[in-house]
Design a protein around this ligand. Structure first.
Ligand SMILES: Cc1cc2nc3c(=O)[nH]c(=O)nc-3n(C[C@H](O)[C@H](O)[C@H](O)COP(=O)(O)O)c2cc1C
Length: 155
């Protein structure tokens, strides 16, 4: 039986997620995109995973940089989620304050949390690549998360 695009989007979109911005740095240039295909993977060793569309610019950059940070958004950062998912926006970091921790990937100041990783492994899977990240450092604050459900932000 074939799986229709619409049913795939509707059913998978019914699962509630948080929202993250995955950032990296290549040749001193910051890059980032909005990602909700993110999961905890292993505690020992400490691993996480993100799924990135093979067609994106980010996929090409992440394969080269071999580092990324997952910035977990809080409910006041809906605008950032929109900016970092806009394919036409080439200046996504405009006005966004960032710092770095261990890998050099941008950490967005004021986010709910961050996970700073090196790329441990890349697993091709259909039209996406699974990037497994080894956690180098992480932290979080007690803020309310941005929530995504059925294509809408819940606040
Ligand atoms: C809420 C939300 C979640 C998203 N999650 C993902 C994701 O998990 N993986 C992905 O490849 N793209 C995801 N996207 C789409 C990318 O953010 C979008 O394609 C972006 O323009 C890619 O940037 P780039 O073209 O600079 O690589 C998501 C978009 C939104 C709005």
């Amino acid at each position: 039986m074939t799986v229709s695009r619409n049913k795939f989007k509707k059913t998978l979109g019914s699962f509630v997620t948080g929202v993250t911005i995955v950032t990296t740095c290549l040749d001193n240039k910051r890059h980032g995109l909005t990602v909700n295909a993110f999961s905890s993977l292993s505690m020992d060793p400490p691993l996480v995973l993100i799924c990135i569309d093979k067609k994106t610019e980010s996929n090409r950059i992440l394969k080269q940089s071999k580092i990324f940070a997952i910035n977990i958004l809080d409910k006041k950062q809906k605008n950032l989620s929109k900016i970092f998912s806009d394919p036409n926006n080439k200046n996504r970091f405009y006005g966004v304050k960032t710092t770095t921790k261990i890998t050099g990937s941008p950490i967005i100041v004021n986010s709910l949390g961050y996970i700073d990783c090196t790329v441990e492994k890349i697993i091709p899977a259909g039209d996406h690549n699974i990037f497994i990240g080894k956690i180098k450092t992480l932290n979080s604050k007690n803020l309310d998360p941005l929530i995504y459900h059925r294509g809408n932000y819940l606040v």
